[in-house]
Every structure is written in structure tokens, then in C-alpha cells.
Design a protein around this ligand. Structure first.
Ligand SMILES: [Ca+2]
Ligand SMILES: [Ca+2]
Length: 217
């Protein structure tokens, strides 16, 4: 015997109604949760609350960054390569502002020569000379000693053995017009060139006395 089914019964509709009921229950639950989390946010769903919260957070961060930039200014970018040449043609260190080029010997001398003091930062000065970039250093003939790169070929015997002035590695040019060339000097401060203002000053600087008998200021 065939069973008689209700003529107006539709399984799909039943499923939809069940889904709708479930969805409505979920909506009610979400609204309650929404109300609990944010009483001022009615009507909205839980998703709206989450999206709104994230949106507000992002806007807050953006506003804070803008306020910081306006107040403090745009922070300078650290130069990738700090090697530079000073106005006096010396090897130098480029500051964060990318404009100031300080002589190598002003790095890690305990004075802040760059505006932000980046020439005295721990990363550079913590383990001298190993913590310094190689371009800031000149290794003397005696490898136990080192000087700053701008002390090479400056006329002064910084290494103590003149390897920074007359050594092969120094490769210095001949004495400039403000200097007088000796074959060898008496005092240890200079190597082969002495400042011309020391010529004929009554004190022997060159071994051959040329600074007192030949040199002219
Ligand atoms: Ca310094
Ligand atoms: Ca020197």
C-alpha cells in the first residue's frame, strides 16, 4: 500500500527553512555577543565589530605615524656606504644626513661630530680597530699598529716608523708646495717632508742641513 505524502511538502524548502532558522539563531547570538562586546555598536554583526575594530586600529596607527613625522620630521636613512672624501681631499665618514663628511680620524674619538652621533656608535667603536670598516684604517709597517686612513700621507709620522709617509703601502705623492723635502729628517715627527715655515728657523730638521742652507720659505 502506497504511503500518502502531503502534497505541499518540499524537502528543499524544509532544508532552507532549517538553514534560515539556524542562521537567524546565529544572528541573534552574534547580536548578543556584539552587544556584550560593544554596546554602542547596535545593530551590527560580530563580523562588523571585528572589521570595525581592525579598521579603527589601522587608522589609529596611521594617525600616530603621521603625527610623529609632523612632530619629529622624517628620520634620516642610514647611508649604505659611508665612504666619502672630505673637502680637504681626505678619506672620510659620511653622516646620516648624507651631507656631512667628517675625516676618518674623527670617528670614535669620543666627540660626536655627526649630528646624531653616529660616528661614536657602539657598533663602530666597540672593538677598535676591528669594529671599524677597513676604508677608515691604514695598517702600519708594523702590523701591530694602525692609524686612521686620513693620517696617511699627511706629512706627520703617525705610525712611528714613517710607513704611513714613505712606505710602499702608503704610496704618497712628492712633498707639496708647502713642504720642503729632506733625504731624512732629524726629528721623528716628520719623515721626508717638513713644513716650509721650519726652513731657516735656526733649528736643524734635515740630516743634510738643507732646511737651513738651501730651503726657502
Ligand atoms: Ca667623533
Ligand atoms: Ca702620517
Amino acid at each position: 500500500m502506497n504511503k500518502i505524502h502531503p502534497q505541499n511538502f518540499d524537502a528543499a524548502s524544509f532544508g532552507s527553512a532549517k538553514s534560515l532558522f539556524t542562521a537567524k539563531r546565529g544572528t541573534i547570538h552574534n547580536l548578543q555577543s556584539c552587544h556584550n562586546d560593544c554596546p554602542a555598536c547596535i545593530p551590527c554583526t560580530q563580523r562588523c565589530i571585528c572589521v570595525s575594530a581592525i579598521g579603527l586600529s589601522v587608522l589609529g596607527v596611521i594617525a600616530a605615524v603621521i603625527a610623529l613625522v609632523v612632530t619629529v620630521g622624517i628620520p634620516p636613512h642610514t647611508p649604505v656606504n659611508r665612504l666619502c672624501v672630505t673637502s680637504s681631499n681626505q678619506t672620510g665618514f659620511l653622516c646620516d644626513n648624507r651631507e656631512s663628511c667628517i675625516p676618518a680620524s674623527q670617528v670614535c674619538d669620543t666627540r660626536k661630530n655627526c649630528a646624531n652621533g653616529e660616528d661614536e656608535q657602539e657598533a663602530l667603536c666597540g672593538d677598535l680597530p676591528n669594529s671599524l670598516p677597513e676604508y677608515l684604517i691604514f695598517h702600519c709597517g708594523n702590523r701591530r699598529f694602525w692609524i686612521y686612513a686620513d693620517q696617511r700621507c699627511n706629512g706627520i709620522n703617525d705610525c712611528g716608523d714613517c710607513s704611513d709617509e714613505i712606505g710602499t703601502w702608503a704610496s704618497c705623492p712628492p712633498c707639496g708646495p708647502q713642504w720642503w723635502g729632506c733625504t731624512m729628517v732629524v726629528f721623528h715627527m716628520y719623515c721626508t717632508c717638513i713644513p716650509r715655515h721650519l726652513c731657516r728657523d735656526g733649528i736643524q730638521h734635515c740630516i743634510d742641513w738643507s732646511d737651513e742652507y738651501i730651503c726657502t720659505r
